[in-house]
Design a protein around this ligand. Structure first.
Ligand code: FAD
Length: 403
């Protein structure tokens, strides 16, 4: 397999536009919605309409259900489609504000889940709608196979019962992709995802969480009480195929983990760019033509952080590229998520060290980026879970062999 490590030419305009959005729209309201937790960031409605316009014109494609179109380059045979464009867009906008990006209408993690698992008819049906994703339960976090929410077929509807917590954009999205078991006795293979209208009376909002970071993003807890969902809203196949086990719903993560990695790269890049500026103001600049050990310690540290970030960025792009080119990417999605999740937090905190009180102080956004970065090493599978998945895949062990 050979890789071109440059940003695909056709996405350069998208990246530049996303960067401008981060700079001119997101950063100016970043502190406001960090302080006003749970307040709806109304400024995002106009921005989302603009992104919809760009999607309709074919200029870009979001993380959404609409984003499955892609084209193959005649020269290289490479396909750069929605996974890559979403990752690049998310990376640049998260340079502005991760919490606001997670609140962007119609660009939810549930949309990427729909792209991964839905059939063609469903993809068209949910196109343009904003979807959150609900896997986690009070008794099932990292071990998503142990979820207790059930889905029972009753005529041409499924009846969902259970509890879901920590649903990002759960209050604001129009749809929630809910994981539930068709038959708990049959284990992982019976877990399916269902698209539930947020307005469904059987889906009851319990509370919104107060958090360390991404405070602009709403995080909801729900009860599902006899929540009736039309049978055609089960994503993919209703068959319980014990040979494929968990493979159906788990495909969700192949699409969403590169995106979370992209978020971490964006926030780490923001931290490094800010720190570079502050060091320059203090008279310290990196000379890339000289060995680092001959330069001030702060300059050498910045180079170290930049190389860590570059490794995370390349792994993220590789995982997104593989998804666009229909190459199995579970291993690479976990590489990307593990590396970028850890690097995001490490880099932001080390930038605070380099900047001193300016980094810790609320007069600048760096302290906020360090708080925002932490979640990216937790949701969509923690650091430890990514390492476990990588070990299983490399050693060809099952989840029963290696826990
Ligand atoms: C702000 C926020 C937003 C979220 N958004 C969503 C969302 O939109 N949708 C959704 O479904 N969920 C969401 N989550 C939930 C998130 O995915 C879970 O918190 C995460 O999967 C970890 O689960 P847990 O919190 O139950 O921790 P636990 O699973 O209890 O883990 C606790 C610690 O033990 C470690 N650990 C667990 N198992 C192992 C193991 N086998 N080996 C080694 N270490 C292990 C973990 O890595 C972690 O460090 C969100 C969470 C937060 C905080």
């Amino acid at each position: 397999m050979s890789y071109n490590l440059e940003t695909p030419k056709k996405f350069r305009v998208l990246s530049e536009q996303a960067h401008q959005v981060a700079l001119e729209v997101l950063r100016p309201i970043s502190r406001k919605y960090d302080e006003a937790e749970h307040e709806y960031p109304k400024e995002l409605d106009m921005l989302a309409a603009l992104i919809d316009g760009m999607n309709d014109s074919g200029a870009t494609s979001g993380a959404g259900a609409s984003g499955v179109r892609s084209s193959v380059s005649k020269e290289t045979g490479n396909r750069n489609g929605s996974n890559m464009s979403s990752a690049l867009g998310v990376m640049e906008t998260c340079w502005g504000d991760v919490g606001l990006v997670l609140s962007m209408p119609r660009q939810g993690l549930g949309n990427a889940a729909i792209s991964a698992v839905a059939n063609e008819e469903q993809i068209l049906r949910y196109e343009g709608r904003w979807a959150a994703m609900a896997i986690t339960e009070p008794e099932a976090g990292s071990d998503s196979a142990s979820i207790r929410t059930t889905a029972t077929l009753d005529g041409d509807e499924y009846v969902l019962n259970g509890e879901k917590i920590y649903v990002t954009a759960g209050e604001r999205a129009e749809l929630v992709v809910v994981w539930a078991s068709l038959d708990p006795k049959q284990g992982r293979a019976a877990i399916k995802s269902f698209v539930v209208e947020r307005s469904n009376p059987g889906m009851i909002l319990d509370r919104l969480e107060h958090k360390l970071g991404i405070r602009a993003s709403d995080t909801a807890a729900f009860r599902l009480e006899n929540c009736r969902v039309p049978a055609e809203d089960l994503l993919g196949s209703p068959e319980i195929d014990t040979k494929r086990s968990f493979a159906g719903v788990m495909k969700t993560f192949d699409n969403t983990r590169p995106l979370v990695a992209a978020m971490a790269v964006g926030v780490a890049q923001a931290s490094i760019d800010f720190t570079r500026e502050k060091l320059a103001e203090a008279g310290i600049t990196v000379d890339y033509d000289r060995p680092v050990h001959t330069q001030p310690a702060a300059a050498a540290t910045l180079v170290e952080l930049e190389s860590d970030l570059e490794a995370a960025r390349l792994l993220m792009m590789q995982a997104a590229w593989m998804a666009d080119n229909s190459k199995p990417n579970s291993l690479h999605a976990s590489y990307a998520k593990a590396k970028a999740g850890r690097a995001g937090t490490d880099i932001a905190l080390r930038c605070i060290e380099l900047c001193g009180s300016v980094g810790y102080d609320e007069s600048e956004l760096l302290e906020k980026w360090a708080r925002d970065a932490k979640i990216l090493d937790i949701f969509e599978g923690t650091q430890q879970i990514q390492q476990l998945i990588i070990a299983r895949l490399l050693l060809k062990k099952t989840s029963a062999d290696l826990k």
